[in-house]
Each structure stands twice: as C-alpha cells, then as structure tokens.
Design a binder for this molecule. Sequence first.
Ligand code: SAM
Length: 236
Amino acid sequence: MIDKKQLSEYLVQAGIPQSETVIEKSDRFAAMLVERNKVVNLTAITDPEGVAVKHLLDSLLVFRYVDFAQGAKVIDVGCGAGFPSMPMLIARNDLQMTFLDSTGKKLAFIEDCLTELNLEAAVLHARAEEQAKKNVSRETYDFAVARAVANLRSLCELTLPFVKVGGCFAALKGKEGKEEWEQAQNAIAQLGGKTENVFAYTLPDASERNLILIKKISQTPTKYPRASTAIIKKPL
Ligand code: SAM
C-alpha cells in the first residue's frame, strides 16, 4: 500500500528508526484503513503518500518529542480510526494504550486492527467528558494524546482530567496550534496543567505542525470536565 522504504527513511531522518516488522505492520494498518474507508467514513486521505506522511509519520513523530517510559499508560482521546494511537502502539507494543472515541463504527475498526496486527489494548466507547468523571479512568494515565478533536481550550478539559499528576498531555496540532495554545493559558492552569514545551516542525510535504506538551502539576478540580455544551460554548 505505502512506500515502505520511504516511510522508513522519513523515520530515520526524524531520529526514530523503526524495525522492518513495525514498517510492515504500519503498511498493513494503512491498507486496512483504506479498505474499511470504502464502507465507513474514516479518513479523507487515502492516497499512499498521504497516508504515509499525514497519518503514519505524523503520528509517529510524537516519539521525537515525548519520552514515553516503558509500559506507560496512554489514552488517545477521540482516536477515530487510530491516530496517533495505532501507529504509536505498532511501534511501541509495550505501551498500555487505551483507544477512546464516541463513535462505535470507528472503534469496531480499531478492534479489527488490533486482532489482525496481534496487538493488545483497551477500547472505550464513551464520550471523554463522561468517562473522565469515572474513578476507573480519572487521573490514571501517564499520558493523554489527541489529534484533530477540538480547539485546545476545549481539548484540555477533555484530556487533562485523565492524566495523573506528574503525567503529560500531548496535543498534536496543525499550524493553528501555537495560536490555540496562546488562547488556552487559562484552561491549562485551571485544569492543573503547565506547559512543558511547544514544538513547531514541518512534515516532508511542508505542512506545518505544532506539538503542545502539557504537564499535569496538580489535580484537576472535580467540577471538570463539564457537560459537552458548556465545554464548547464556554471554553475555559
Ligand atoms: N484523532 C483522529 C485523527 O486524528 O484522525 C480522529 C479525528 S476526528 C476529526 C475526531 C474524533 O473525535 C471523532 O472520531 C469523534 O468521534 C471523536 N470525538 C469528538 N469529541 C469527542 C468526545 N467528547 N468524546 C469522545 N470522542 C470524541
């Protein structure tokens, strides 16, 4: 499906080389995505180069900026068809990954991929703002990750309640990321976060990216997250 040699080279250039098995599994995942996309709307990007760069590489670049300890517990909030979580898990099957999304059809695809690729993970069909209220999930993750789910101000409220004090939230953003981050200062502070870093970079196709890394420095007040209407209409 994808140009495996090219993906491998991109990853070497990024300083995150991957084994042949990881590249093979990434290619298999890409093929499954494009195939399932014929019956369920999962992605607008289906050309091999687009899938390799804008989905696989884009997801894996998180490893260039964030150090995930062996066996770290990670939740992808609004994982959709598995970005960034599935490429991350393929590359690092030691991670304890949770895929969370409110759309069942996307999670059915995730389940099929996990079986096909022989990977283990938790799959949660829920709204983030409801799941984060539950003790079983609240402040239990070393990391939350999210890509293309909501504006950072709202997104922080959907993700930071999942993260333990001492853990981090990595938001994978496009070129708007820096501006969103500037506007999210109050939200970050209110939810118990502190910005660790904002990394700006470009993909090989020149699209701009920002990875915003927020550390959880104190517990999130129990009143957060609020109901979805409040989160969207009155972001912190
Ligand atoms: N992260 C994936 C990616 O980058 O391709 C999917 C992005 S898609 C545009 C946004 C996803 O977030 C959708 O699958 C949607 O169902 C999910 N989502 C949005 N709000 C959510 C919420 N409050 N709780 C759980 N999932 C949510």
